[in-house]
Design a protein around this ligand. Structure first.
Ligand SMILES: Nc1ncnc2c1ncn2[C@@H]1O[C@H](COP(=O)(O)OP(=O)(O)OP(=O)(O)O)[C@@H](O)[C@H]1O
Ligand SMILES: [Mg+2]
Length: 208
C-alpha cells in the first residue's frame, strides 16, 4: 500500500468487488492492521450498509456508527471505536436503514469524510459489490481510489468484466486489483499466502 501510494495521493481507499463474499472486508481489515503496525493513524469505515461486518471483526456492537452520526444521534468522536490491541480505529455502519443511497449521497457524508481526512493518515472504506447495487459507485465520490477484490475461488470472469466496465463507465479510479481466496494447492501464486496482487490494472479486453 505504501508503494502504490508513494506520493500519498490516496488517503481514502475503498474496496469493492463484482459479487459478494470475495474477501473485501477481510482484505481491508488486514491492511488496516498492517498500516496500524506501521504507526499510520488508520480507520476502517464500514459503508457496506446492507451487509455490514466490520463490527464483528472488531467485536463491538453496531449501535453507534455511520447511520447514527449522519442522523445526529451521536457525534463522530463518540462513534469511532478505538482498541489498541488492533492498532486501528473503526467506524461501524450503524443500524440498518432503507435510505442507503440518500445517506451515501448526503452532504453530511461528505462533511464526515472531511473531518476524518483531518484526523487520519489512512481511511479504509469497506463497500458493497458493484453488480446489482449502485452504492459503491456513489461511495466512490467521497473516496480517492478503489481497490478491486477478485476471489479466485468462484468468481466468474464475465462478472469481473461486467463489474470493471461499470467502474470504467463511471470513471472510477481503480488503483489495484487483489486476488483473494487463492487456492495455494492449485495456484501459480505458490508462496503460501492468501493474496495475489496486480497493480496498474488495465481494462484491456481479453478473450475468454
Ligand atoms: N484471502 C483469503 N483467503 C482465504 N479466505 C478468505 C480470504 N479473504 C476472505 N476469505 C474468506 O472468505 C469469506 C468472505 O470474506 P469477506 O467477508 O471478507 O468477503 P466480502 O467480500 O467482504 O463479503 P461481503 O460481500 O459479504 O461483504 C470469509 O469466510 C473469509 O474468511
Ligand atoms: Mg464485506
Amino acid at each position: 500500500m505504501e508503494y502504490v501510494n508513494i506520493d500519498k495521493k490516496f488517503k481514502v481507499i475503498q474496496t469493492t468487488s463484482s459479487v459478494t463474499s470475495e474477501g473485501k472486508t477481510t482484505f481491508q481489515a488486514n491492511i488496516a492492521f498492517l498500516l496500524g503496525q506501521k504507526k499510520y493513524k488508520t480507520i476502517l469505515v464500514d459503508l457496506d450498509l446492507r451487509k455490514p461486518k466490520v463490527h464483528k471483526i472488531y467485536n463491538v456492537p453496531n449501535t453507534e456508527g455511520v447511520t447514527e452520526v449522519l442522523s445526529d444521534k451521536v457525534s463522530l468522536e463518540n462513534a469511532i471505536k478505538s482498541d489498541k490491541n488492533y492498532g486501528f480505529d473503526v467506524l461501524t455502519s450503524g443500524e440498518k436503514t432503507e435510505a442507503v443511497i440518500n445517506l451515501i449521497q448526503s452532504n453530511k457524508m461528505t462533511k464526515m469524510f472531511d473531518s476524518l481526512r483531518e484526523k487520519y493518515d489512512y481511511i479504509l472504506v469497506d463497500s458493497p459489490p458493484v453488480i446489482n447495487v449502485s452504492d459503491s459507485l456513489y461511495i466512490s465520490k467521497v473516496t480517492d481510489s478503489v481497490i478491486f477484490v477478485i476471489s479466485q475461488k468462484d468468481t466468474k470472469r464475465g462478472l469481473v468484466k461486467e463489474a470493471l466496465s461499470l467502474l470504467k463507465q463511471n470513471k472510477i479510479n481503480v488503483i489495484g486489483a487483489v486476488v483473494s481466496q487463492v487456492d495455494i494447492t492449485k495456484s501459480r501464486y505458490g508462496y503460501g499466502y492468501g493474496y495475489g496482487y496486480g497493480y496498474n490494472y488495465s481494462y484491456e479486453e481479453e478473450s475468454d
